[in-house]
Design a protein around this ligand. Structure first.
Ligand SMILES: Nc1nc2c(ncn2[C@@H]2O[C@H](COP(=O)(O)OP(=O)(O)OP(=O)(O)O)[C@@H](O)[C@H]2O)c(=O)[nH]1
Ligand SMILES: [Mg+2]
Ligand SMILES: [Zn+2]
Length: 299
């Protein structure tokens, strides 16, 4: 044992393919690893972004993930650990699924992550970024417009990604991999949208961590569904909406779930145009889902 401990290294998991993981050490060396059986017993799956202690193996022989260090955060979709800045990528095409975006924002807020919105393909619709900003103006997110075609906004995106671990998340075809190619001179595979629709599949298949200077960013497979898996007391959902924070405690009822209670100040703010009505409407939809899961939590 003591011999093995002498050779232990620490690093970050940058990708996983099947049951093989790649760890990168701080000096940039990469190692192929498998996870020890004990992780299966613990129902713990190594995730891209995990900080691990590993035994490196020798020669052609793969090494072993020995320990997974405590995680700062865990994302279910895309699967990733230790993300600090969730970068939601959306575009005029394919048309955004706003409910999916709001779900991701709730997931991020629940994990204490910062959210950055990256609106791509500005060249196709220059006004689109402003429309997104109008919807999310009260949601404590920075909205950055970018075009990988013209290069507009790339510098802002790079700035916003500095420090921590960023994760690009969003529907298939919004331009996540294209953006990383342009930002960091990578050569990731990208796919034509019409082909994606025809083939009904994603171009990027896995979550992978890239490092460039002080930017660490995960590319991930696009997805179109995310259930509210967690069982949560419905009264807690509103606390994951920065939009409502200024009105908390001012409604006629306490607690007020801002659902359709009389004298609700959030509803009033919405009528006055201070909160975008779609944002409140989708909150109520998610609240319905959270309530349903909560009701059946013991069955
Ligand atoms: N006009 C325009 N097209 C873009 C831009 N960025 C990406 N695209 C195109 O959008 C399509 C999809 O890009 P990808 O980078 O593969 O999208 P993705 O989000 O990585 O998709 P998945 O890997 O399937 O999740 C490609 O045809 C890109 O050329 C942009 O800024 N402007
Ligand atoms: Mg991709
Ligand atoms: Zn209220």
């Amino acid at each position: 044992m003591s011999e093995a401990q002498n050779t232990m290294l620490s690093g970050t998991l940058i990708r996983g393919i099947g049951s093989f993981y790649t760890a990168r050490t701080p000096d940039g060396q990469e190692y192929t690893l498998r996870a020890k059986k004990k992780f299966r017993r613990l129902s713990l799956t190594p995730l891209t972004g995990d900080e691990v202690i590993f035994s490196p193996g020798s020669g052609e022989e793969h090494g072993w993930v020995e320990e997974i260090l405590p995680r700062r955060s865990v994302l279910i979709r895309p699967p990733a650990a230790n993300v600090t800045n969730l970068c939601l990528v959306l575009a005029p095409v394919p048309e955004p699924d706003y409910l999916l975006i709001d779900r991701l924002m709730v997931q991020a807020a629940g994990q204490g992550m910062k959210v950055t919105m990256i609106v791509t393909k500005l060249d196709l619709d220059p006004g689109f970024r402003d429309r997104i900003e109008d919807i999310y103006k009260t949601a404590s997110v920075r909205v950055i417009g970018v075009s990988s075609r013209t290069g507009e906004g790339l510098q802002d995106v790079r700035e916003a990604m500095r420090g921590g671990i960023c994760c690009l998340a969003g529907q298939s075809g919004v331009g996540k991999s294209t953006l990383l190619n342009h930002l960091f001179g990578l050569d990731l595979e990208t796919g034509d949208i019409s082909e994606k629709i025809q083939r009904g599949k994603n171009t990027t298949r896995r979550t992978e961590l890239f490092t460039s200077g002080d930017v660490r960013v995960l590319d991930s497979a696009g997805f179109s569904q995310l259930e509210m898996e967690e069982v949560m007391d419905p009264v807690l959902l509103k606390d994951l909406y920065p939009d409502f924070a200024p009105y908390e405690g001012t409604c006629r009822f306490y607690p007020c779930l801002h659902d359709r209670e009389p004298g609700c100040k959030v509803a009033e703010a919405c009528r006055e145009g201070k909160i975008h009505p779609d944002r409140l409407e989708r909150y109520r939809q998610l609240l319905g889902e959270v309530r349903d899961t909560w009701k059946t939590r013991y069955s």
